[in-house]
Design a binder for this molecule. Structure first.
Ligand code: ATP
Length: 363
């Protein structure tokens, strides 16, 4: 079931929490609402659910207008950050709860409810815990039960608000993968709220980046990461290295730093944004770029070695960061304080007088 959101505005007293939101959430896909705290993600999710009423705009589920439909009649499932399981009920009773309280004529028979609960517990791989109480479960297990409970009503739309927010990093990662594979199997339409970029990029088919009650960009994770439309999206989606400078006759410079730009870059004040994997660490400058640094810190933990660089003879607000393989690190043995250079392969140029960013390649 697709979700069409059209012209949604939401106020809390005089404060406008959402500004003219227009968005289509495709059928059967996992969509992330991603943004900093207070950007309006939860408010939008609650409006889709019917828990909050917008001042203007319409919500449609596969073309059917549900704006004035009560939450109970929208047939959506919810999972919240805090699992909200009933403490005095066993796992099986929790999963069956929604079915047991249905009006008599809609309620499946007892054997059917038992079968559905068994199937759902199998799906979340927790059949063996059916008789336990929530207090006897880990956080990750509770969250899987909360998901089974939401799925018991066979919703066509599942809404998740920071579903893994309260869990530690390892459990979070496992649950993410598990939700992804469950989704691939069952193909329901899901919308989940997160402020974790990695989670959004890893889990979803489509990411909606929000800021200050507005949508900044809607794209696949790959497009979003590779071609951000704005500085905000660029900065929000991970580490970024920035060179601010002036472009004159095809060369961008600031202090001792300069870089020759590919053809077609007008004279202007500009900022060049580069992801850590888009620059190489070198021992000398190239014909194309003179970007001098000293090594500020070396972090050996992880799949690659992260090296933090302090500009030497020029300025930037935050340290630059590059990654090199452990093999390269062992061969070169760079030390803190060493002078070095970076050479960009790809960069993204934001000019003061042109609205569109430009992707540049030097390879
Ligand atoms: P977080 O990641 O911190 O949960 P969010 O992006 O989900 O943030 P919302 O919870 O949607 O943000 O809130 C958006 C804005 O609306 C915030 O400034 C918040 O203070 C305000 N807001 C949300 N709910 C209410 C309310 N019931 N009354 C007044 N203001 C509210």
């Amino acid at each position: 079931m697709s979700i069409e959101i059209q012209g949604i505005n939401k106020f809390f007293d005089k404060f406008q929490a959402l500004h003219d939101i227009n968005l289509t959430i495709p059928d059967g896909q996992l969509t992330a609402l991603l943004g900093p705290s207070g950007s309006g993600k939860t408010t939008l999710l609650r409006i889709i659910a019917g828990l909050e009423t917008p001042e203007s705009g319409r919500i449609r589920f596969s073309g059917r207008d549900v704006t004035d439909l009560h939450v109970r009649d929208r047939r959506v499932g919810f999972v919240f950050q805090h699992y909200a399981l009933f403490r005095h009920m066993t796992v099986a009773e929790n999963v069956a709860f929604g079915l047991n309280v249905l009006p008599r004529k809609e309620r499946p028979g007892k054997p059917e409810i038992r079968k559905r609960v068994k199937d759902l517990l199998e799906m979340v791989q927790l059949e063996h815990l059916a008789g336990r109480y929530p207090a006897q479960l880990s956080g990750g297990q509770k969250q899987r039960i909360a998901l089974a409970r939401a799925m018991a009503m066979r919703p066509e739309i599942l809404l998740l608000d920071e579903p893994f927010g309260a869990l530690d990093a390892k459990v979070r990662k496992d649950l993410r993968r598990w939700l992804r594979s469950l989704h691939d199997e069952l193909h329901f339409t899901s919308v989940f709220v997160t402020h974790d970029q990695e989670e959004a990029l890893e889990l979803s088919d489509q990411v909606v980046v929000m800021s200050n009650g507005r949508i900044e960009q809607v794209d696949t994770p790959l497009e979003l990461y590779g071609r951000p439309d704005s500085r905000f999206v660029f900065e929000f989606l991970g580490q970024v290295n920035v060179l601010s400078g002036k472009i004159r006759d095809g060369v961008m410079s600031q202090g001792d730093a300069w870089i020759r730009l590919p053809e077609g870059c007008e004279n202007d004040d500009a900022q060049l944004y580069l992801r850590p994997h888009e620059v190489r660490l070198t021992q000398s400058a190239s014909d194309q770029a003179h970007l001098p640094f000293s090594i500020e810190a070396i972090n050996l933990i992880g799949a690659e070695v992260r090296i933090e660089l302090k500009p030497d003879g020029w300025e930037c607000d935050e340290l630059w960061e590059v990654g090199i393989s452990h093999t390269e690190f062992n061969a070169r043995q760079p030390q803190r304080g060493d002078r070095c250079f970076t050479v960009p392969d790809v960069g993204h140029l934001f000019c003061e007088h042109s609205p569109e960013p430009k992707t540049l390649e030097w390879r």
